[in-house]
Design a protein around this ligand. Structure first.
Ligand code: ZN
Length: 102
């Protein structure tokens, strides 16, 4: 496994556990159904994309070198949502532990 792939997997696991924890807390606190809370989480990602892309364009923009390409970027993110959602369920200890405490 490359260093990049290891860091990507660490990021994925961290974000999944945090999002599961936060979404479970929001559902308990608000009583909102899962699909509403998941839609808001996806919308939050969209807003974060917009803000991050804006911070990489124009005067005073971030100097890391990323150049947003909105159509391709949004297609990439949309495909990631579909691919992850259609995966066969994995027995994932981290996520199961968070669910068990919800
Ligand atoms: Zn940057």
């Amino acid at each position: 496994m490359t260093g990049f792939e290891r860091r990507r997997e660490e990021a994925e696991m961290h974000l999944r556990m945090q999002l599961m924890k936060e979404m479970s807390a929001v559902m308990q606190r608000t009583g909102l159904p899962p699909m509403i809370v998941m839609r808001e989480a996806v919308r939050a990602i969209g807003v974060i994309y917009r803000e991050t892309a804006d911070a990489h364009q124009g005067p005073g923009s971030c100097s890391c070198g990323w150049q947003p390409q909105e159509a391709a970027d949004l297609d990439y993110l949309g495909r990631a949502l579909l691919e992850a959602s259609r995966q066969p369920r994995r027995r994932d200890l981290g996520a199961m532990q968070v669910l068990g405490t919800a």
